[in-house]
Structures are given as structure tokens and as C-alpha cells.
Design a protein around this ligand. Structure first.
Ligand SMILES: Cc1cc2nc3c(=O)[nH]c(=O)nc-3n(C[C@H](O)[C@H](O)[C@H](O)COP(=O)(O)O)c2cc1C
Length: 174
């Protein structure tokens, strides 16, 4: 199955604050596990989702640079926390606060990845939205995706540096 062309409805999908949306992937980001909450909120069945690239739920509002930061971090063996807006099968969106970690085999090599997601507060979403809008603008300003992404990452790093903070501290300050 190729990535479906889902049109965002602008409606927000719901899940409870005590629920955790879980998925696991292989080294390429293909989904190897999704819990019941993931299936319910995304609207995909296990059959539809297993083996698919994780960008099957990518929302067009998400900056490419955030996913680059995510992949660079987890491929480097580190964990990352990130706000992500996802797209359900019916076009509804849902914001999550994701904790993405590498899983290691007995020899200490990365064997796959794991993501646990909780529901963020509306105030946190309101604070991250303008940051993501700016990153997307920078990405789109450049003719080439790669240049745009580099400009967006540079902007994020410089802004954090100017504020004397790090990405991790920034994410937890929201
Ligand atoms: C464990 C794990 C969980 C992920 N969860 C999501 C997710 O919830 N939503 C999403 O859009 N991308 C997620 N990604 C990132 C995707 O693999 C992909 O990089 C992203 O959707 C951007 O897709 P694109 O590079 O094709 O534009 C996850 C990756 C990993 C390794």
C-alpha cells in the first residue's frame, strides 16, 4: 500500500489524557507494532498499518526539519521528545507529545525504534504551532527541500542559542 492521499478535515480527533499511543518501527521506520489506542485514534487497522512507513500518518503541517532532528537523534542512539501533529485516516488531526527512543539488541546495536505519545495541553500546542509555522515557512522559502531544511534547523538552533537554552529544555518549558 502506498501512502494514502488524505485531505485534512481541520477537525481534531480525541484521545484521553491517561491514554498512551504506542508504536514500534524497524530501522527504516516501518511500523512493526501499534497498540489499540494507536489503531483507534489513527483509524487504521493493524492489517493496514503494519509494515507501512511511519509517514502514513504524517500531517502536511509538520516541518520536515523536526523529523530530520528526530531521525538524527535516534540514529545517534539518543532519545528525543517532540510535539507532533498527526493525520488520521479520515483526515482528522491529533497532536501528541512523543517520546521516541532507539531499542538496542544484546550487542548494543540499534535494533529498532519505539514511540510513546501522550496528549499535550492546548496551551502547549498553542506555543509550538507558531514555531512550526516559521520552520515550514523557512523550508518552503528555499527552492530546494534540503536547503530549506538546513535553513530551518539553523534558525531553530540559533533561536535556542540566543535564548540560552537547548532543544530539550525548550520542549519541556512549553
Ligand atoms: C518510532 C518512530 C515513530 C514515529 N512516529 C511518527 C508519527 O507519529 N508521525 C509522523 O508523522 N512521523 C513519525 N515518525 C517519523 C516518520 O518516520 C517520518 O520521518 C515522518 O513522518 C516524515 O516523513 P517524510 O520524511 O516522508 O516526510 C516516526 C518515526 C519513528 C522511528
Amino acid at each position: 500500500m502506498s501512502r494514502p492521499n488524505i485531505v485534512p478535515t481541520g477537525r481534531e480527533g480525541h484521545f484521553d489524557t491517561e491514554e498512551i499511543i504506542v508504536s514500534k518501527t524497524d530501522l527504516q521506520g516501518r511500523i512493526t507494532y501499534a497498540n489499540d489506542v494507536f489503531l483507534r485514534v489513527s483509524g487504521f487497522s493493524e492489517r493496514e498499518i503494519l509494515g507501512q512507513p511511519h509517514n502514513i500518518i504524517r500531517h502536511p503541517d509538520m516541518p520536515h526539519s523536526v523529523f530530520k532532528l528526530l531521525w538524527d537523534t535516534i540514529q545517534g542512539g539518543e532519545e528525543i521528545f517532540a510535539y507532533v501533529v498527526n493525520l488520521a485516516k479520515n483526515g482528522d488531526h491529533y497532536w501528541v507529545f512523543a517520546h521516541v527512543t532507539p531499542s538496542f539488541d544484546a550487542e548494543g546495536k540499534i535494533a529498532g525504534y519505539h514511540s510513546n505519545r501522550r496528549k499535550p495541553d492546548p496551551e502547549q500546542i498553542a506555543k509550538i504551532e507558531p514555531v512550526y509555522r516559521k520552520l515550514r515557512e523557512l523550508e518552503n522559502d528555499s527552492g530546494r527541500v534540503k536547503d530549506g531544511m538546513a535553513a530551518a534547523i539553523e534558525f531553530l538552533q540559533q533561536t535556542l542559542e540566543k535564548q540560552g537554552t537547548t532543544y530539550e529544555r525548550f520542549v519541556f518549558s512549553l
